[in-house]
Design a protein around this ligand. Structure first.
Ligand SMILES: O=P(O)(O)OC[C@H]1O[C@H](O)[C@H](O)[C@@H](O)[C@@H]1O
Length: 623
């Protein structure tokens, strides 16, 4: 089969895989007319091209680019199907961490030995990058920051003694505080003990604690947790309403590294209002987790909140689960946080070997690279077969997508990298979208998370002779893995014995390191998030425009008689004719919330409407 592609577009590549923007010049790639390529062509060595953009075929492919006279021939074998050969592949590649009881099976990813060999030098470079990072290199160059989440579970690793001290002191303070809250030594003014936690935070300041609460909180925790992780007023009202009179015994933890995230600030202001209305003193029940001297830190200090815990500059939001962000909430729910840290530390240790086959994070990163052609050409579907791990995929979504989804690489080349992550849980998702995974568009690879222990010992029950409910769950996982593979859908399986603080800590650490290694393989900064700023900035501009619209409407509404305005008139008076669509949306939103009145027309036909405010605020006119 031969097909034409235009210059720089996807080149299909296997078994000699293109391993990045650069790949080895080999017999698989022949430039018949080098003068048509815009940069000097070496006769041997590395040639830089744009990486492939289309999903890798499993059948032999030959693509020719007539424009540039580039020919790429590749012969990629179909995935191995012979049961004995597969069993051998399974055994040969199975990774086991004995102490953690964790296994990683990469046998259902079809990478070749050749690919493995090709990637070896780049993985060694990634290992070196990780060593430097752990030693305190400025691994986040754009923000000039060290990246120290690995020190949190092994404080001695921190490059400076005062950092080690800070980590250890904070951990001691967390354990101490949690113990005193649970025992009732620290209590709310009007109750004998705290019974509820209301955690306010978003992104990395929510996803880890949410995942861990769902995974590990006991059925009857000493304090139950709920979250406000948005600026949705109805969502906030719901959480406060659910607390009801227990607001009196609610410990409010406000989490924000920057201390200035609008959603979190709004959540705090709404909750403080609820406290005021209930006649409660918020400061006696509020705890802040934030960077020293942030807006939140200063507020908490000035208002004399119950406690403040630090979030370190060198810990990113999405890797903050083992900092006060994750640990305080976990400890208050009775979760053994030292076990979480031990699990993470053991996993980190395993991921320090430079023997790729024995390094689970490197194996994961390698599989991601193979499956996605190193350019995110396939999505990562994460399917834990365990209800308590439901939020793992959501947690990983931020960890992976915010870390890897980058426009530029470290050398400033536009690369638009990333890997899309989604998933909920098995077997539930089999009844939702596995149909498409098995038979539909082939744009993904799966990661199964398997938990061997079905339920605590002593509770087993056979619902059919010889078969338990958990056997079904096991059967569905294995069946789906086989069914997908038989249709050439690749999968990874991570297996843990049980969902425990130790195994959860290990899973978090495994993926943190896999992301770090993969980022190094594709040469991007995994530790910044410049793209997030664009949305925040635009939101600020919308709110600023809304204030101008309000001022214009107010002035017209203060006239006698009131002067209803068309959208064009409002845009004109705001000196923002190009923003008329946004002005329309602002009006529609205000009208839906009874803050603007529509004199004529309806929102469905924007040109017809004339708007005024129900009340004229004379003071505002002259403000
Ligand atoms: O912890 P905060 O400073 O409030 O930040 C919360 C979140 O804000 C942004 O969306 C960032 O992209 C996330 O990485 C971060 O976790």
């Amino acid at each position: 089969m031969a097909s034409s592609i235009s210059a720089g577009l996807a080149l299909k590549l296997s078994p000699q895989r293109l391993t990045d923007k650069s790949f080895q010049f080999s017999s698989h790639l022949q430039f018949r007319n080098p003068s048509l390529v815009s940069y000097p062509l070496p006769t041997t060595g590395t040639v830089h091209l744009r990486p492939p953009r289309v999903a890798r075929e499993v059948s032999p492919v030959s693509i020719s680019d007539s424009a540039n006279d580039v020919v790429v021939s590749s012969k990629s074998p179909r995935l191995e199907k012979d049961p004995q050969a597969l069993w051998k592949r399974y055994v040969d590649w199975l990774y086991q961490h004995k102490e953690l009881g964790l296994y990683l099976d990469v046998s259902r990813v079809g990478f070749t030995d050749e690919f493995f060999r090709e990637m070896e030098p780049r993985l060694q470079k990634a290992f070196k990058d990780m060593v430097d990072l752990e030693k305190g290199a400025i691994a986040n160059p754009d923000e000039g920051r060290m990246v120290g989440h690995y020190w949190l579970r092994n404080p001695k690793l921190a490059p400076k003694p005062f950092l080690t001290q800070q980590i250890e002191n904070t951990l001691d303070r967390i354990c101490d505080f949690a113990e005193q809250v649970i025992s009732g030594k620290i209590r709310p003014p009007q109750k004998s003990s705290f019974t509820q936690i209301l955690s306010i935070g978003i992104g990395g300041s929510a996803l880890g604690p949410q995942f861990v609460a769902e995974a590990l909180a006991p059925d009857n925790p000493p304090l139950k947790i709920r979250f406000i992780d948005n600026t949705d007023p109805a969502g906030i009202d719901h959480q406060i309403a659910q607390l009801g009179s227990e607001l009196e015994s609610t410990l409010v933890i406000v989490v924000s590294k920057s201390g200035g995230t609008p959603e979190t600030r709004n959540g705090l202001l709404e909750v403080q209002k609820a406290f005021r209305e209930a006649g409660l003193d918020f400061s006696k029940q509020g705890v802040a987790i934030t960077q020293e001297n942030s807006l939140l830190d200063n507020t908490a200090r000035i208002e004399g909140w119950l406690a403040r815990f630090p979030m370190f500059d060198w810990v990113g939001g999405r890797t903050s689960e083992m900092s006060a962000v994750g640990l305080l909430a976990a400890a208050l729910q009775g979760i053994d946080i030292r076990e979480m840290l031990t699990g993470a530390a053991l996993m980190d240790e395993a991921n320090r070997t430079t023997l790729v086959k024995n390094n689970p994070a490197a194996l994961l990163a390698l599989c991601w690279y193979w499956a996605t052609d190193g350019v995110g050409s396939k999505d990562m579907v994460v399917l834990p077969y365990k209800d308590s791990l439901l939020l793992f995929s959501r947690y990983l979504q931020q960890l992976v997508m915010e870390s890897l989804g980058k426009e530029f690489d470290l050398d400033g080349n536009r690369v638009n990298q990333g890997i899309t992550v989604y998933g909920n849980k098995g077997s539930t998702d089999q009844h939702a979208y596995i149909q498409q995974l098995r038979d539909g568009v082939h744009n993904f690879f799966v990661t199964f998370i398997e938990v061997l222990r079905d339920r605590p010992p002593g509770h087993d029950w056979e619902l059919e002779p010889g078969v338990t409910c958990g056997d079904y769950l096991f059967g569905f996982l294995q069946g789906t893995r086989s069914a997908l593979y038989s249709n050439d859908r690749e999968s990874i399986t991570v297996t843990v014995q049980e969902v425990t603080p130790r195994s959860v800590g290990a899973l978090v650490a495994l993926y943190e390191r896999a992301v770090g290694i993969y980022a190094s393989l594709i040469n991007i900064n995994a530790y910044h998030q410049p793209g997030v700023e664009a949305g925040k900035k635009a939101a600020g501009e919308v709110l600023a425009l809304q204030k101008r619209v309000l001022a214009v409407l107010n002035e017209a509404s203060c006239k006698q008689p009131v002067e209803p305005l068309t959208l064009e008139e409002i845009a004109d008076r705001c000196h923002a004719p190009d923003d008329i669509e946004m002005i329309y949306k602002i009006i529609a939103h205000m009208a839906a919330n009874d803050r603007a009145l529509i004199a004529e027309g309806s929102c469905g036909s924007p040109r017809s409407i004339k708007v005024f405010l129900g009340e004229c605020n004379v003071d505002e006119m002259y403000a």
